[in-house]
Structure formats: structure tokens, C-alpha cells
Ligand binder design. Structure first.
Ligand SMILES: N[C@@H](CCC(=O)N[C@@H](CS)C(=O)NCC(=O)O)C(=O)O
Length: 193
């Protein structure tokens, strides 16, 4: 059994939707970041960065317990453990890795930080344009649904910002609707309940 420590935030939901899509059963523990539950000694032992999400898998590699923090690392862990969501072959796995890295290293930080730093708007628009053009030719980021989709979805699912309206990216909007209709996404999104 996997224990998932999370709050109702986009970073946390990256983990809860990833575990659901991977078909990995988990027990969800709410960590209320507004009450500073993330800075307790108990949670700091799980994540020295004192953030959510974190998972603790009692049945990690070799059967030993393992703790994973950082939502991108949790997606990779879920994909490797389940054998799902990581491309259908070696070539496709490279596609998954490219888009996963673009999301984690460019799209997510730029879209997050442009809210308080308008000088990042042009770069956020640039990466959104790249993503929209890619999705014009493909249903998902790689040839099938993968952790590359799971990494980006929570950032844009409820996105609203006057200077970066997503309706200028019609392929992205179509992709958001497709991903959001998946039952496992809806179950994971409803966490921590
Ligand atoms: N890079 C981290 C970011 C995690 C993160 O920023 N979590 C926020 C909630 S969305 C948090 O725990 N904030 C509490 C704090 O910073 O004290 C990840 O992807 O897991």
C-alpha cells in the first residue's frame, strides 16, 4: 500500500491523478498547508523541503519501504512501478521524457511565476505556443496517454489569468477536455476529499 500525503493543490494532484492512472492503490493523508502541517517534524522526515506531495510505499524496490517527494519523481515512480504511462516502446519513452522535462523545467515554473512576475509572460506564451502546436498533430504528448500528460494537466485544468487566456491555444483546450474526461483523472482530482 502507498501512503500519499497531499493537499488540494495542483502539485499534489499531479501525484493523486498519477497514482490513479497507474492503478496503484493509495491511502490519502491530508496535509493542510494553510495550518502548516507540512512543517511538522513528522512531515519533515518525509520531505526535508517541507512540501507536498510525498508518497511512502511500504513495498518499494526490493520490497523495502521507500519515500518519494517531488511530484515529477512521484510520476516517474508510479510509471516504473506499474509498467504503465511511460510510452509503448523505447522511442516513445524518449517522447515522454522530452515533454515531461519541458513541462517540469519550463511550462510549469513559467506559468507559475508569471502570475507575480509579468516579465515572464512572453516566455510563458512561447512555451504554451510550442505545446499547442504539438497537440495540433497528436491526441496526447507522446503516442499514447502518459506521465507527460499527467505532469501538465494540473497546471492548466483550472487555469485563469487575464494576460494568458488559454482560449488562444485551441489544441491545448481540446487536450484539457480529453484528459479531464478520464474517470481516473476525476477520481484523483477529488482527493484529498
Ligand atoms: N516542486 C515541488 C513543488 C511542491 C510545492 O510547491 N508544494 C506546495 C503546495 S502546491 C507546498 O507544499 N507548499 C507549502 C510550503 O511551501 O510551505 C513538486 O512538484 O512537488
Amino acid at each position: 500500500m502507498i501512503d500519499l500525503y497531499m493537499w488540494s493543490t495542483s502539485n499534489s494532484r499531479r501525484a493523486s491523478i498519477g497514482l490513479e492512472e497507474a492503478g496503484l492503490e493509495c491511502h490519502v493523508h491530508p496535509i493542510n498547508i494553510h495550518q502548516k502541517d507540512q512543517i511538522t517534524a513528522e512531515h519533515t522526515a518525509r520531505n526535508p523541503y517541507q512540501k507536498v506531495p510525498v508518497i511512502v510505499d511500504g513495498d518499494g524496490p526490493g520490497g523495502a519501504p521507500v519515500t518519494v517527494f517531488e511530484s515529477g519523481a512521484i510520476l516517474l515512480y508510479a510509471a516504473e512501478k506499474s509498467g504503465k504511462l511511460y510510452g509503448k516502446d523505447a522511442c516513445d519513452r524518449v517522447e515522454v521524457q522530452k515533454w515531461l522535462m519541458l513541462h517540469m523545467n519550463a511550462a510549469l515554473p513559467l506559468m507559475g511565476q508569471m502570475r507575480t512576475n509579468p516579465s515572464l509572460l512572453a516566455n510563458a506564451q512561447r512555451v504554451c505556443g510550442v505545446i499547442d502546436r504539438h497537440l495540433a498533430d497528436q491526441e496526447f504528448f507522446a503516442s499514447e496517454f502518459s506521465i507527460a500528460d499527467l505532469a501538465f494537466y494540473p497546471r492548466v485544468a483550472n487555469w485563469s489569468h487575464d494576460s494568458l487566456p488559454l482560449d488562444q491555444y485551441p489544441n491545448m483546450i481540446r487536450w484539457i477536455d480529453t484528459v479531464g474526461a478520464r474517470p481516473a483523472i476525476q477520481r484523483g482530482w477529488a482527493q484529498p476529499g
